[in-house]
Design a protein around this ligand. Structure first.
Ligand code: BGC
Length: 747
């Protein structure tokens, strides 16, 4: 009887048109679930990785193949390519119930076409461009058989020592929430199940970015208020945007590992937020609860994780080894297991895999997308929008700035530094290398040759390495510099100095690079410094002494072209920092929206019995939201539509912004709010809105923001989200230092 039922089931799911409107996915999931053995159910919760080093078909691994054939694996990660995913799916199709595999990958900032690091993209404050970048990544990855990306990472972080800041949107909750939404929309496209879309994954739930000391995988300990106010909103935004999955995290929060956190996963996410998708563990994080001292052994870890609401076990093999026994011993209710399996099966149905398990593994589509020119154009577009102009000071008697290098001709330009000819570094951490990277990835050298090579002569010398104290290359660099009219020095981190497990106690520019800049600057020629990194770095001498500084992060496949676009003025830089840049590691954690203290400093050098360091000025090196343009933007007065509003009314805040420079330019107009007096201490100001506008020289525009109760609310100790009556200040400007201010009252 059972065998007959299976035959019917299999036939019905592979027939294209039997479904009918009333046959909802939930019903199909339920009827499939009824046919599954306990072991097959556990199999769906088991995610394993391919063998990274494998060069042939990934299905070589006999033990894993066998598990797939027995229906004991629900998902694979790190299997790439239409052919490989197809061959593995073929094995899954030999299983009793022919439940297809889900193929997952970390498609973080591009797949075939590499886009800027997520942190760099965040600097663009351009939600359309960010969405487009994720859209293209999804198209390319989906054509290679991938169904599911472990992105976006929406962890807020206020600590640039943490190597993973490169993967997020920086320090701010509001900006981070907008970006979370844009990325989810980009990855998931119009609809899950389209063959150009991926399931997205909001990670790492939660507070992974608050690791103590910025040390990866470390403890987080914070008030619930702070968790709700600062760290959770980007996850909530991803949820609202329909994200298909969440990943929990390695850290513990106030003593409970996130992977075993019942309140976060069951009560908040699946309960209050009504999340119906998959919760996957981080790599091995179920098993790591033993190391945390929170689970006695792997069986206990499996039990704690499933009870807490973690549906899928990535690579701990805790569920596959112990869940069935736990259910048999009645230590885990089968209903919990069924709920987890349902969530996974539902996504497989939504993806259309029961109709055609190979629909994403399409070699023809993979081939045709491989060299899609429009993807490169989009990568160049967002790369130039991600570049931050930190300094562009007038020099010489004519008081000209070095940038832009507009119309420069018949000059000798020295390109110095360890990163000028770098190729792979441009792709940054969490990216894929392809065999043709050496011709496809545009190095700084190549980009500069493309732009300036025909009319000028470009010279090169490496000068030094990124790390180490070898200065023997300085002499050759000096020779090149001496022959040149202009010196451009490219310094920074290497790509693998930021990323997972890449926390650093020193975030100063590594090695002798700053010394190289000092020696070249001493020659008295004009110097421009370009800094590439996956985090805010510290480079105080350069900041004080070099007239032109451009922060280029890691920009992906089109890096060199994008940098040349900005240097030449073909693109007028518009990016703004998504993280505060400190002057010293001693200032970390550093962020603009700190709480008001009882002893605030009044001036930058004020350190006498105020909240300050004795040995450091108070300001950061560069504030959050800061970034220059070749244009100048002037702000008028903030005008509010009312002096007082009620809880149900809204207020509009207007400001006139004028481009008083001589270039067409874009400005990110930022609105910050301060709750002046409240029943709990509030931040000095918080970003609540922004608009990116484009103005021609001489053009002015009235920018209007609407403020509602939501922008004025905060979490009380009991986690009620309310707006308290009283005075509020509104600041509008081009960075978190925005000076134009007005006040109003909430009744
Ligand atoms: C990372 C995750 C990632 C996973 C799979 C883990 O080490 O923390 O962000 O998605 O590996 O590669």
């Amino acid at each position: 009887m059972r065998a007959l039922a299976i035959v019917f089931f299999v036939l019905s799911f592979f027939a294209q048109n039997i479904s009918g409107q009333s046959n909802t996915i939930d019903k199909r999931v339920d009827s499939l679930l009824r046919l599954m053995t306990l072991e097959e159910k556990v199999g769906q919760l088991h995610q394993i990785t391919s063998d990274f080093a494998a060069t042939g078909p990934i299905t070589r691994d006999g033990e894993k193949q066998d598990r797939v054939r027995k229906g004991m694996v629900g998902s694979y990660l790190n299997v790439t390519g239409a052919a490989r995913t197809r061959s593995l799916q073929e094995i899954a199709m030999q299983s009793r119930l022919k439940i297809p595999l889900l193929f997952a990958q970390d498609v973080i900032h591009g797949f075939r076409t590499i886009f800027p690091l997520p942190l760099a993209e965040a600097a663009s404050w351009d939600m359309d461009a960010i969405e487009r970048s994720a859209r293209i990544a999804a198209k390319e990855a989906a054509a290679s058989g991938i169904h599911w990306t472990f992105a976006p990472m929406v962890d807020i972080s206020r600590d640039p020592r943490w190597g993973r800041v490169m993967e997020g949107a920086g320090e701010d909750t509001y900006l981070g929430s907008q970006i979370a939404r844009a990325r989810v929309k980009g990855f998931q496209g119009k609809s899950i199940g389209d063959t150009d879309a991926l399931l997205a994954c909001a990670k790492h739930f939660a507070a992974y970015g608050a690791a103590e000391g910025g040390r990866d995988y470390n403890t987080t300990d914070m008030s619930w208020r702070r968790l709700y106010e600062v760290y959770l909103p980007p996850f909530q935004a991803a949820r609202e945007a329909g994200v298909a999955s969440f990943m929990n995290s390695f850290n513990d929060i106030n003593g409970i590992p996130a992977t075993g956190h019942t309140y976060l996963q069951r009560k908040l996410l699946k309960g209050d937020w009504n999340f119906k998708g998959i919760v996957v563990s981080d790599w091995g994080s179920v098993g790591e609860m033993v190391n945390h001292g929170y689970a006695a052994d792997l069986a206990d870890a499996a039990k704690k994780a499933i009870l807490a609401g973690c549906d899928m076990d990535m690579e701990s093999r805790a569920y596959s080894a112990h869940l069935a026994a736990l259910v048999k011993k009645k230590e885990v209710d089968i209903k919990l297991l069924d709920d987890a399996v349902r969530r996974i099966l539902r996504k497989k149905f939504e993806l259309g895999l029961f109709k055609d398990p190979y629909r994403f593994s399409n070699e023809a589509r993979e081939q045709s997308i491989w060299n899609e020119k429009t993807h490169l154009n989009a990568a160049r577009d967002i790369a130039k929008k991600s570049i931050v102009l930190l300094k562009n000071e007038a020099i010489g008697t004519e008081k000209n700035t070095l940038l832009p290098m507009r119309g420069i001709k018949n000059k000798k330009i020295a390109l110095l530094g360890p990163l000028v000819k770098a190729i792979d570094d441009n792709n940054g951490f969490w990216s894929y290398s392809w065999p043709d990277d050496s011709v496809r990835v545009v190095s700084l050298w190549k980009g500069m040759m493309n732009k300036f090579g025909a009319d000028n002569s470009l010279l090169y010398s490496k000068g030094c390495n990124i790390t180490g104290n070898d200065t023997s290359g300085f002499a050759a660099a000096r020779q090149v510099a001496l022959q040149s009219d202009l010196i451009i020095i490219s310094v920074g981190e290497s790509a693998n100095m930021s990323g997972e497990a890449k926390s650093r106690s020193s975030i100063h520019l590594p090695g002798v690079q700053e010394q190289l800049v000092q020696e070249m600057t001493a020659l008295g020629k004009p110097v421009i410094v370009l800094i590439s990194a996956g985090r805010p770095l510290i480079f105080n001498w350069i900041a004080d002494n070099v007239p032109a500084i451009v922060y280029t992060w890691w920009l992906g496949t089109e890096a060199g072209n994008a940098i040349a676009d900005v240097l030449s003025g073909d693109y007028n830089p518009s990016a703004k920092l998504p993280m505060t840049f400190p002057r010293s590691e001693g200032q970390i954690p550093i962020y603009y929206n700190y709480f008001s203290t009882g002893r605030p400093f009044k001036q930058d050098n004020d350190n006498n019995y105020v909240t300050a360091y004795k040995d450091l000025q108070n300001s950061p090196r560069y504030p959050f939201g800061y970034g220059l343009s070749y244009s100048r933007f002037e702000y008028g007065r903030v005008k509010l539509s009312a002096d007082t509003i009620s809880q149900t009314q809204q207020l509009s805040a207007n400001i006139q912004v004028s481009n008083t420079g001589s270039y067409v330019g874009e400005e990110v107009v930022q609105l910050y709010i301060q709750d002046v007096t409240a029943s709990l201490v509030r931040p000095v100001r918080e970003l609540k809105a922004f608009q990116k506008i484009k103005l021609a020289p001489g053009e002015s525009r009235e920018v209007t923001f609407v403020i509602t109760k939501k922008e004025l609310s905060f979490y009380l100790e009991d986690l009620r989200f309310i707006a308290e009556p009283g005075q509020f200040n509104v600041f509008i400007g081009g960075s978190s230092l925005a000076a134009e201010k007005a006040s109003f009252y909430l009744r």
